[in-house]
Design a binder for this molecule. Sequence first.
Ligand SMILES: Cc1cc2nc3c(=O)[nH]c(=O)nc-3n(C[C@H](O)[C@H](O)[C@H](O)COP(=O)(O)OP(=O)(O)OC[C@H]3O[C@@H](n4cnc5c(N)ncnc54)[C@H](O)[C@@H]3O)c2cc1C
Ligand SMILES: NCCCC(=O)C(=O)O
Length: 346
Amino acid sequence: MSLNKVNSKTDILIIGCGCIGLSTGIVLLKTGKYNVQIWSRDLPPNTTSNKAAALWYPFLCNPPDLVGKWSAETMQYFKDHIIGDPKSGTLIKKVNEIFRREHKEDPEWRPYVQSFRRARKDELPEGYVDGFAVDDGFVMDTDMYMDYLVQTFKSLGGSIEQREVEDIREAFVHYDTVINCTGLGSRELFKDKLIYPSRGQIIVIKNSSERSIMDEEDHIAYVIPRISNTVLGGTNQEHDYNTEPTKQDTEEILKRVAMISPRFAKNRIEIQDVKVGLRPSRHEIRLENEFFEGGSKLVVHNYGHGGSGFTVSWGCALEALRVMEAGIPNLLFYKKQQQPKPQSKL
Ligand SMILES: Cc1cc2nc3c(=O)[nH]c(=O)nc-3n(C[C@H](O)[C@H](O)[C@H](O)COP(=O)(O)OP(=O)(O)OC[C@H]3O[C@@H](n4cnc5c(N)ncnc54)[C@H](O)[C@@H]3O)c2cc1C
Ligand SMILES: NCCCC(=O)C(=O)O
């Protein structure tokens, strides 16, 4: 008994074409063992992923130890495979998180990131007394990076179909193994009411700056310089489904950003764009196997990455591969169990 195979490779379906679905598909294709197709309701640039800032920095995501591990693995993957490619839209950029109050504790991800250090006094704006620093963090022009992921996925033989899945059994007609990378979509598709939107608004401006700086202590304020523009943020409104920018949030962001980086005083900013995305927030990332139809169908869940999808994407993709390959023997066992017993000759 074998799984659906073409040219001796096993067919895998990924649902979702955000940074998680695309990273997971690329990792699977690079093994040379799988044919991978993506079905997705929205394609880049119309995904949440495309609305991200984005930079490497664990934020609004749990569980802390695994987020630390996956963030570090993602940083290494970027260094090994992505940063050097100008088509990727990525840049190494120092990241500073700054605090108005002393922070005795290091971040929980500190043990996994060797380059972590405390901020120097000269890196702290007026009114800030403490901070974290990661000198080899990275930022990405999100639309460029998402296009890069799509091109990489397709160049490795992956195929993408724009298609909404209303019932997971639609996928089971053609596939034994499905990887669920639907982000917030899992709330409906898998009735997971633990996942909910955290609304984030950002402003895209022409100016640029030499480093990423963030104050996330009492509210959110960040400046993220990219290749072709700079992103100012942000907001975090839980259970808010409004995907339209609001003038009030834009004003609030500009006021807060001026406090962490005075050079961005409102009257010197040329706003290019204002975007809103709904982070797929959950008490923790769901990355596990779930068997359906008496064990003969396998879904690998990989969703709920909150404010850190890019930061953990490659670590989670590698983990999804490991989890899936650990589950396939069970799948074969259950499929065999369901085979009709050969009729006795007597
Ligand atoms: C303003 C903002 C700034 C951010 N900045 C950063 C940052 O700096 N660094 C960072 O690491 N993260 C950042 N994030 C978080 C990051 O954007 C998310 O964690 C990440 O995009 C989640 O990726 P995803 O692929 O799971 O989700 P999505 O990008 O939402 O992709 C889900 C996909 O599944 C598809 N789908 C859903 N349901 C179905 C269905 N039923 N059938 C078919 N397809 C379906 C959708 O169409 C979509 O293609 C930010 C988020 C926001 C909002
Ligand atoms: N951690 C600050 C970068 C922006 C981000 O992650 C977000 O979700 O907003």
